[in-house]
Design a protein. Sequence first.
Lengths: 1072, 457
Amino acid sequence: MKIKLVFILFLFNSVVTTSLFAQQTVKINGRVVDGIAAKPVGGVSVQIPGGMVLARTDSLGQFQVLLSTAINTLVFSHVGYRPDTIAVKQGDHHLLIKLNSRSTILEEVEVLNTGYYQIPKERATGSFGFVSKEDIARVPATNILDRLDGIVNSLTMDRSNTNGERAADPKLRLRGLSSIQSNSEPLIILDGFPYEQGLATINPSDIASITVLKDAAAASIWGARAGNGVIVISTKKGTTNQPTRIQYASVFQLQDKPDLYYAPNYLPAATVLDIEDEMFARSNYLERNQTPIPLYTEWLIKHRDKKISDQELMNFRDQLAATDTREESLSYFYQKGFNQHQDIAFTGGGKGYAFRSSASYDKNRSFLKGDTYTRWNANMQGTIHWGGKFKIMPSIWYTQQFNVQNGIGFTSFTGGGNSVVPYYRFQDGNGQSLPIVKGLRYGYQESAPGLGLLDWMYRPLDELKLNDNRSSDQELRMQMGLSYEFSKLIRWEVFYQYLNNLNGQSALYDKDSYYARDLVNKFTQADMTKVIPYGAIRREGGRTGARSHSIRTQLSGEWNHRNQHQLNYLLGAELLDRITTTSPFAWSYGYDRDLLTGRVNFDYTKRYTTRPTGTALIPAASGSYGLNTYRFLSYYSNLAYSYRDKYLATASLRWDASNIYGVKTNQKGVPLWSIGLGWQMAQESFFQNDIIPSLKLRATYGSSGNTNPNVSTFPIISYMIDDLTNNTAAVLTSVGNPSLQWERVNTLNLGIDFGTRNNRLTGSLEYYLKKGNNLIGADLMDPTTGIIDNVYPTIVNRINYANLQTKGWDITVNSKNIVGAFNWDTRLQLAKVNNKVTHYNTNDITSATIFIDSRPPVVGQSLDVIYAFPWHGLNNEGKPVIYQNGELTTDYINYYNDYPIEELTKIGGRIPTLTAGMLNTFRWKHWSVSANIVWKSGYYFQRTTMDPGGETTGAYHKDYYRRWQKAGDEAFTDVLPKAPANSPEIRAIGSMTTNSSLLWERGDHLRLRDITLSYHWINKNRAAVVKSLNFGWSMANIGILWRRNKYGLDPDIPRAPYPNPRITSFSMNIEL
Amino acid sequence: MKTLLYAAVLILVSSCSGSFLEVKTDQSLVIPYRIEDYQAILDDAFRTMNTKASIVLGTIAADEIQVDEEQLANLTPVHQRNAYLWKKEDLFEGEQSDDWNFGYRRILYANQVIEGIQKIKPDNAQLDAWSNVRGSALFFRAFNYYQLAQLFCEVYDEKNAKTQLGLPLRTEPDISLKIPRSTLQQTYDLILKDLNEAEELLPIEPTIKQRPSRLAVSALRARIYLQLRKYDLALAEANRALSRKSTLLDFNTVPFDPNSFATLQPLATVNPEIIFDFSGSIPEIQRIGLYCVNQKYFANYRDGDLRKKLFFKDFNSFKIFIGSTSFSGGPLYGFAVDELQLIAAECEARAGNLNKALDRINTLRKNRFEKHVDYELHSSDKKVVMQWILEERQRELVFRGLRWEDLRRLNKEMEYPITLGKTFNSELIRIEPNDPRYVFPIPPNAIAIGGYEQNSR
């Protein structure tokens, strides 16, 4: 109340004085610079305290105002800086105003970088996500992508494809789906150019900021490949007139051993031994040399054949029963992971130049023994000013990565079955490595020395030392930028980038490795000649390369009229030429590590008789190389207009052409556009108030595209060498679709940005609607056409088959809960997304099983929706209760084959529709603590269970213990009973159950992603040697706090053998 | 200055845009437009055109193979198991048919080529290459329709052929066309029409054995006419081919290695008998990846018959077949001189020319028996000679994909009928001649989208 009164008095006062002395004016000019970097700050508004904006600084930081002599103070304000009030007096002509950046005190400047130009958040109309340096640095991870997880609203990382022990790269998804079978990942822009190598080459410490462009206004800048959004990454740069700084960072990480007890598809040894006893009695196992049989069963066979006594069998069995492969694996094949990261950076600049140079080293030792990852990275970049108008910006980056993958994971110990064998021991009491079942029948392998063959046993512990699988990756990236400023109205820039990436793999199998011995034995002929010499084998190649030239030239400038009309434009053209190559593998046999000699002079066309059965050719290179060329040509333009900083209008237009868009030139070009409007409502006099000092409304609409390099309007053949005739032959890979059109994505985005007094509460609320039209997908075909997906070579008929509408909300709220010596900030992000198929055009499916399997889009439903057979529990015979045409029935075969699609149960989507993240940060003096919690809900995942005939194929699951056994059990279990024998009915029941609603579980869960603790100290004495110090501790992959499913499964990785183990990091940063 | 700059920038970029975007994305991908491109499609022998013959179901259901009864219950794919046991209903249980899939895939290739080559007007220098491409494509289309008709259509019956169900006859590569099943008459009409035209275009002898030739056309026609029971026409075609190529491989010259799993395959490239190389895959229910011969069948070979040791080998408790002479090592389902000799012999015998018939048979036997063995057959009883010929056919053409066709045609005539029997779970399955199960159902995934009329079974 008091404040308000003062404000009104002040306003009154200034109005009166202005009107009284309006006739006396004086001209004042000056320059505004950054208080630390001393670089000019453009776009600073110069205003009378509480009054109108008189002027705005230009890009050189200069301004000029006519001021009434009665006024003796001016306020300089800019979004990135703390406002400053300066006393002025008559005759001040060359004021130098130093503004202090907010970033050092408050928060980082949200200057959005579209990759083409930078724009303060205030003047943007589109939808941007901004990731600050602090966010990037919060949790250390080797790959920058891992650091983005859970940070950007509505950017999700789908890791459900991880089903092995080495985590696959996540699939990025921004604001749901806008495509079905084409690329659905956002485009990544690194330092102004599209980057397609995966982001492992980048040292996260080198990254200055990341801007995520979510809507059409943003995406249409980047054209036909930006329909899924764009992630713009810019690296740190030096600034002129800055003393040289040295920054050193060091990170150590410890990763736990994985939780091998997580996976449900495992049964303990005692149970599996019982099962094998029973299966052996039922003659389940085929005693053939080429078919692996479980280890214990081999002993049962020996016992049957009177080769071992009852007592020997008993002893062996007891020993196995006391073993747990998981425990054994944890001690022999897993370890605590240990990662280290070191980097050093030099930044500085003098008059007319600036530079930054850094080098980093990463060495990660995986929790899988034998797996390591090493990365070296060095770069140098500079800016050279020549005269006042010419600027040269060279940079060079080099990264080298080595990946060694010699680890043996426990999921590979499945010899003879589908699940991990639970009774494997890897070393006996005397330190001797023990063999396990692999590839062939153990009994046959045991007999090998007696047949005059090499030892044929597989001893995993020995293998750790006998194989060397590694890959290396080198990347060189060079950029050159030139800029010439004719005037404020015209700046001409040229950017060029050269990128060269080489990736190679090699494998060296020692002569005693299983791989080498197995191959030698297989090719040992009846007369005992060894076709393949007994020696090490080296396999080289699978070499892939990529090189690209990109060049861009653009004109940009700004025009300002009476500080009321502000116009910025950008006009440019861009060329990209990218070539990727692949080359075949090469084998060298009898390889000598020391002399580097090996043999290749074999008859690769001759079929040799192989042991134990069949014939084969000697493994050799395919001889075929690959060469792909991608070329893009684009013209782009962008226009931004603002009136009194209150009314904003933006427009962009882009034309893209590429050699992948088909064959006819007229089909190549794709025009893309967007328009946007914004209104700084809080600046309107009628709105101005204290409670909500900033409020902005904005809207964009536009059209962007998506590419699918696999489509063609003409038949396509692919040349190769025919294996039968050795002649040149061609495979038909596409029959072509003459009526194919390109995918288009139209996006509407509406947003509100707000901030309350003192920015206690800031945030934004966005609504978007994406309409994907002409989406390309594989048509379901009658095999009579010859288009069959399970016949090699696969031919797929791609058509424009669906329209998809995606809509959602993104809400971000930042709250300063407690401000003072102790600070508590909360950032809450909420993303809701739903999609709906609005049009679908392909052949109808009439079979429910094919329908469930191929999951075709259904009009009016989400694309991610899952259908399943309804589940009504088991009956008193342990069979599922089923209804057909409303009647209870037991004809499972007919039911499974003829179930009407309309009566399938709709489960729900597979992809989370609501994700939320909450980051709480507490600060006290130099200390800060934060925790990031993520919520996902509105989706389903499929769990697994014990198959009725699982024992026969060694497919185990802990549901085994919950199986129906006798009438009455159906009251408390849904697990099918053991099948007495395989029959069509059992198969129908099994398949129906697998595809039923029983196994689909709600994915809702709350996850504590990470916790961090840091100590940050800035030396107030700017002259001291140590400028700042930072120590951090953090923990990631902590775990799930709450989950809806009662099986203890992680819904994000339903197929993985275990969740990614917890990582604890210690980091230190020193700035000199 | 400004204008100059604009112009410079835009000219720089647009001047190279023409050819800049004409570069192919993947250099090994080609839009076919030359004669060589179409020839290359037909030369896709190993992956598509000359392997994976549409003959799997017939071989399984006929009486040449044997499957271990103990394993049978667990064997997959289920439809092969069902075919072996002559299951009446729901043979496929949702599975697909490789016979149908691969057969129609080859027909798609042939149709692509037939349509594409039509757009090329060859000059004189190109005429031979052009004719070979078109002739080959027509041959492949006819051959695949013929093989599919043996599995999915009834035995041809001249009186009812206009109402018997034929195959969906796709003659254009346009995959959007909906084509219902034709009549069986239309199916055979197309096959014979394609072959008539192919004969005009093809060379007498092929450059490589995987390419069709006039010899192959005659051999296929002989096989078709035999199946249609038009024995005079079959004889004429067989004789026409034999007049050009009749050399047989003397099995006495074949080196014998008791450890070998492929006695004749190493000779594939030099075997003078092969007219057209076309092979198949061993059905998955033959778990060891080789054919296990029905023990009854093995008993047909007497001592001194070289085929006994060159064709078969003991393996575990089975007799396995090791006598294929195809290029790929799979069973040979193409054409060879021995089949023509047997067709000619049968047709001569049926016409009453017993001496000519016995001549043919004895010529073949001469090359199949050890030198010291008396291989010759002599009789003046037509019935006896016919019986000999049909037995010789079984012996010589074992695992050549012909037994199924013979069962169907001989049973249709009912002059030499055959009743099949198998035991499973100590239950005897008997299949009488002309049982409707001699026609396989159309695969359910084809019916689901194509809406074809199903065979009754």
